[in-house]
Design a protein around this ligand. Structure first.
Ligand code: HEC
Length: 262
């Protein structure tokens, strides 16, 4: 093989490498751009919910039925499944969670027709079965705590996390009404950025109590987004425990067998 050939070969090998490097550069730049634009968005606060906390799930289910189900469905969730997972008797579920003559094997839907909701809100409220998975628990937690008064909006409120949202502040009686303070930010060419909330009128609950209510709702949404996660985690722990016990047995067995050999 001549030298020229070898050179050509190595050039050919270098080409895909250079293409990969170029691709990486493009990815790095676009990732930088993504983080840069994310800075303009609201910072999400950690939901801190715990799907193993059954009492919190029970409260979350109650809040969900009372405050959300009127507009949003959870079409993949059956009431009898809830009863089982949340350790409620079917009677309790019927009395506390089912108000409009549903059957225990029904899913959590409402009677709002999509065309009506579009007429009322301009957009149909999304089904919330998978919202905690698609948007993330921190997102929903921050969203429900970020409504502020906006007289120009049809609902009288706006939201820092989802600007121009069509959703009204359905928990305003609990939280009260906030004003949002926006200030010009030098780092972003004087663009207005959200700084903080100031309470205009108090609600029935203090800040921490309200946060707990939202955490319970988010916990419930987290659970319905993946109802088997509780069982799966419990099974995982048992599998690991079995493997550890088996490890000891295997080690003892090995010692027994090799005793005579060494
Ligand atoms: C009066 C009707 C109504 C009620 C009650 C209601 N919502 Fe909404 N919700 C909406 C509408 C309309 C949208 C669509 C908003 C948009 O896209 O601007 C929405 C959107 C959402 C979203 C999606 C936000 C996004 O980023 O797309 C979440 C999460 C949500 N609602 C949670 C809740 C929870 C939790 C409750 C109960 C505490 C609730 N909603 C009660 C009308 C309602």
């Amino acid at each position: 093989m001549s030298g020229g050939n070898r050179w050509r070969e190595s050039r050919a090998a270098a080409r895909p490498a250079r293409r990969t490097a170029g691709l990486l550069a493009v990815m790095a730049v676009s990732m930088f751009a993504a983080t840069a634009s994310a800075q303009h968005e609201a910072t999400l606060e950690p939901a801190g919910n715990d799907v193993a906390d059954t009492a919190s799930l029970q409260r979350g289910a109650m809040y969900f039925v009372n405050y959300c189900l009127g507009c949003h469905s959870a079409q993949y969730v059956r009431y009898n499944r809830l009863a089982e997972d949340l350790q409620l008797t079917e009677n309790l579920v019927v009395q506390n969670l089912m108000f409009t003559g549903e059957q225990p094997f029904d899913t959590m839907t409402n009677s709002m027709r999509p065309e009506d909701s579009v007429r009322w809100f301009g957009i149909a409220p999304p089904d919330l079965s998978l919202i905690a998975r698609s948007r993330g628990t921190d997102y929903v937690y921050t969203f429900l705590r970020s409504f502020y008064e906006a007289p120009a909006s049809p609902t009288g409120v706006d939201n820092v996390v989802l600007p121009n949202t069509a959703m009204p502040h359905v928990l305003w009686e609990l939280q009260g009404i906030n004003r949002a303070v926006f200030e010009a930010d030098e780092a972003h060419d004087g663009e207005e950025v959200f700084r903080r909330f100031e309470q205009v009128s108090a609600g029935q609950l203090g800040t921490q109590q309200y946060d707990q209510v939202v955490r319970d709702i988010v916990n419930f949404l987290d659970y319905i987004g993946d109802p088997t996660q509780l069982a799966r985690e419990a099974l995982g722990v048992r599998v690991i425990a079995f493997l550890l016990v088996f490890l000891v047995i295997a080690w003892l067995l090995k010692r027994e067998i090799w005793k005579d050999v060494t």
